[in-house]
Write a protein that binds this ligand. Structure first.
Ligand code: AGP
Length: 604
C-alpha cells in the first residue's frame, strides 16, 4: 500500500509534502519520511517510525526547499523501523527514492548487480535506488539509468526519484500501483491519490502502467520505457476540499456512517430521472443481459456487499450470480459459464487482488464492469464499463458508506437489466421509492446511536470473542458486521449462518460469549433464528438482537425500520456499523486507523 507525494518548483515543498502525507495516511501509517531540497547537495532527509504526527514533530523550520518527495509506509519488506522507512538513498547518497508496491525480483537484483553494496535496511526499495545509483556510477545518464532499472525491476511499483545534484526534476514511473500527476501554476506534483493534492490543484494527469514521467516545475514529459513520447490530456477532478475534511466529527468513520442517507439520495438522483426511470448506461445493461452468469469479484467489505446483493440480482435479472474472492480467483480461476460477465466491486478501484482478476478477464475477452467510488481508478480504467458509487471520499479504513452504496448501485443495475428482460419482479419494484424509505430507515437507526453505545458497553467492553448470526441475507450482513467489528475493535468475531452453528461451532459458546443476532427475513425464518438464539442462550451466551420492525418481540435490543426485502441488507447493517464504532471507541483504539491495516490494498 503506502502513499507517495512529491512536488517540484514550489518554495513551500515541506508544507505541501506534510499536508499531502496527512491526507495519504489512510494508505499506511507505520512510518513516514520526507526529503526536501533547494539547491544541489543541500537536501534534508527526515524519517520517523509511527504516524505522520511523529514525523511532523521532527521537522524544524530549517527543513525547507522547493523540491521534495514524501512517503507514508505500510510495511511489506522489513519491520516498521527508521532504517526501513522511505525515502531511501543510493550508495553515495546522491539519489533519493520513494516507492509504493512490491519488487518481486529484488533479491535477484541484489545478487546480480549490487555485489559490495551495503544496505541500511531490509526493503526492496533500497535495492532499487542502489541499482539506479550503480548504473549512473557505471556511466549512464540519470534518465538512462532509471530506464535501465525499470527494464530490470519486476513487480508492482510507483516510484518518485530525486537526484540531489539536479533538484529541478522528479523522475516518476509506475506499474500496477496508483500514481497521478497534479498540475500546479509554476510547479508540478506527483501523488498516490488526488485527495492529497486537492488543496493545491484540481488539474490532474493520469500515468499508465510502464510509463515514465520527467517532471519539472513547468513541464510534464510522459514516455514509455523505450523513450517514445506519450500524449496525455489533463482533466479536472470533481473533488472538493470540504469532502475530505472531518468537520466536527471525532472520526471519519462516524462521519461516513452518518453520510449514508445522503449517499442513497445521491444514487437516486444519479441513476434515475425525475419520473423514476432508471438511467443506467444502456451499454452496461445490454452487456449484463447477454451474460448467462454474473461473477462478482471483490475483497473484504466489497465481497460482503456482493453476497448481500446476490439474491436481489438473481431475482430481478433472472441471471445466476457467483461470488469470487479476488485474491483466490487471480490465480485459481474456476470453470466459467459460456457467457460470463465480471463485476469488479471495489470502493478504491485500486485493489491489487481485484486487478489481478481483471487483467485475466481482459486477456480472456470477458466483458467487465467495475463498480467503484473512485473515478479514473485503475479498475475503472481497465474494465469494459464503470458505474460510480458517488459516495464521496471514504477515508476511514473501515468501509461503511461504500458497502451500502454498492448494494444500492447493484439494485439500480439489476432493476435496469430486469426491466429490459421484461421481468415482472423488476417492473413492479419501485426502487426510487423504496430507496428513499431506506434513507429514512438509516436516519432512524442513526438517531438511536446513544442506545447502541450503551448496549455495546454492556456487551463488548471486555470480550475477546463474539459471533454474529443470521439466516439468508442476514447471514451475509453478519459476515460484514463481524468483519467490521474485528477490523476496528480487535474482537475476534465470526459471522455465522444461524442454523449452521449447532453443527460444530456452538462448542465455542460459553458463559458470557456475545452473540449478536440479525433478524429481518420472513416470520418462518425469523422463528428459526430465534430458535438458534435459544440454543446459544441456554449455553450461557450474552445475546443482542437486531430485528426488523414487524418481526420484533418484547425484549429485542435494536429495532430497525422495515424496508423492501431486496434492500434490507442496507438498513440492517447500519446498527452493526455503530456497534463496531462504539466497541472500538470504548476500547480506546484509533477507530479510523486500526493496526496493521491500510485503506487501499495495492499489493497482492
Ligand atoms: C473494509 O472495511 C476493509 N477496509 C477492506 O475489507 C476493503 O473492503 C477491501 O480491502 C476491499 O477494498 P476495495 O473495496 O477498495 O476494493
Amino acid at each position: 500500500m503506502c502513499g507517495i507525494v512529491g512536488v517540484v518548483g514550489n518554495r513551500n515543498a515541506t508544507d505541501i509534502l506534510m499536508q499531502g502525507l496527512e491526507k495519504l495516511e489512510y494508505r499506511g501509517y507505520d512510518s513516514a519520511g520526507i526529503y526536501v531540497i533547494n539547491k544541489p547537495e543541500s537536501g534534508r532527509l527526515i524519517k520517523s517510525v509511527g504516524r505522520i504526527a511523529d514525523l511532523r514533530a521532527k521537522i524544524g523550520i530549517d527543513v525547507a526547499g522547493s523540491t521534495g518527495i514524501g512517503h507514508t509506509r505500510w510495511a511489506t519488506h522489513g519491520q516498521a523501523t527508521e532504517a526501513n522507512a522511505h525515502p531511501h538513498t543510493s550508495a553515495t547518497g546522491r539519489f533519493v527514492l520513494v516507492h509504493n508496491g512490491v519488487i518481486e525480483n529484488y533479491l535477484q537484483i541484489k545478487e546480480e548487480y549490487l555485489a559490495g553494496h551495503t544496505l541500511k535496511g531490509e526493503t526492496d526499495t533500497e535495492i532499487a535506488v542502489h541499482l539506479i545509483g550503480q548504473f549512473v556510477e557505471d556511466g549512464l545518464s540519470v534518465l538512462e539509468a532509471f530506464k535501465k532499472a525499470l527494464h530490470i525491476i519486476e513487480g508492482s511499483y510507483a516510484f518518485a526519484l530525486v537526484d540531489s545534484q539536479n533538484p529541478d526534476t522528479i523522475y516518476v514511473a509506475k506499474n500496477k500501483s496508483p500514481l497521478l500527476i497534479g498540475l500546479g501554476d509554476g510547479y508540478n506534483m506527483v501523488c498516490s491519490d488526488a485527495m492529497a493534492m486537492i488543496r493545491e490543484t484540481n488539474q490532474f494527469m493520469e500515468i499508465h502502467d510502464k510509463e515514465l514521467v520527467v517532471l519539472t516545475k513547468d513541464n510534464v514529459e510522459v514516455t514509455d520505457y523505450d523513450g517514445n513520447a506519450v500524449e496525455r490530456e489533463a482533466y479536472t477532478a470533481e473533488l472538493d476540499l470540504s469532502d475530505i475534511g472531518k468537520g466536527t466529527y471525532p472520526y471519519y468513520m462516524l462521519k461516513e456512517i452518518d453520510e449514508q442517507p445522503t449517499v442513497m439520495r445521491k444514487l437516486i438522483s444519479t441513476y434515475a430521472d425525475d419520473k423514476g426511470n432508471i438511467t443506467v448506461d444502456p451499454a452496461i445493461v445490454k452487456s449484463v443481459q447477454e451474460a448467462d452468469r454474473i461473477y462478482i469479484l471483490a475483497a473484504g467489505t466489497s465481497y460482503n456487499a456482493g453476497f448481500a446483493s446476490k439474491s436481489m440480482i438473481e431475482t430481478l435479472t433472472d441471471t445466476p450470480v457467483e461470488l469470487g474472492i479476488a485474491s483466490e480467483w487471480g490465480y485459481n480461476m474456476p470453470l466459467l459459464s459460456k457467457k460470463p460477465m465480471f463485476i469488479l466491486l471495489s470502493q478504491s478501484g485500486e485493489t491489487a487482488d481485484s486487478r489481478q482478476v481483471l487483467v485475466k478477464a481482459n486477456a480472456m475477452g470477458i466483458p467487465s464492469l467495475t463498480i467503484t467510488n473512485v473515478p479514473g481508478s485503475t479498475l475503472s480504467r481497465e474494465a469494459t464499463y464503470t458505474m460510480l458509487l458517488h459516495a464521496g471520499p471514504e477515508i476511514a479504513v473501515a468501509s461503511t458508506k461504500a458497502y451500502t452504496a454498492q448494494i444500492a448501485a447493484l439494485a439500480f443495475l439489476s432493476k435496469a437489466v430486469g426491466e429490459a428482460n421484461g421481468k415482472k419482479e423488476a417492473l413492479e419494484f419501485d426502487l426510487v421509492h423504496e430507496l428513499s424509505i431506506v434513507a429514512q430507515s438509516i436516519e432512524a437507526s442513526l438517531s438511536e446511536r446513544e442506545v447502541i453505545e450503551k448496549k455495546v458497553a454492556n456487551l463488548l467492553a471486555t470480550s475477546r470473542n463474539a459471533f454474529y448470526i443470521g439466516r439468508g441475507n442476514d447471514y451475509y450482513v453478519a459476515m460484514e458486521a463481524s468483519l467490521k467489528l474485528k477490523e476496528i475493535s480487535y474482537i475476534q468475531c465470526e459471522g455465522f449462518a444461524a442454523g449452521e452453528l449447532k453443527h460444530g461451532t456452538i462448542s465455542l459458546i460459553e458463559d458470557g460469549t456475545p452473540v449478536l443476532a440479525l433478524i429481518s427475513s420472513s416470520e418462518t425464518v425469523a422463528a428459526h433464528t430465534r430458535g438458534n438464539i435459544q440454543e446459544v442462550a441456554a449455553r450461557g451466551a450474552n445475546v443482542l438482537t437486531v430485528v426488523e420492525e414487524g418481526l420484533d418481540k418484547e425484549g429485542d435490543d435494536i429495532v430497525v425500520n422495515q424496508v423492501h426485502p431486496y434492500l434490507a441488507s442496507i438498513s440492517m447493517v447500519i446498527p452493526t456499523q455503530l456497534i463496531a464504532y462504539y466497541a472500538s471507541l470504548q476500547r480506546g483504539l484509533d477507530v479510523d486507523k486500526p493496526r496493521n491495516l491500510a485503506k487501499a490494498v495495492t499489493v497482492e
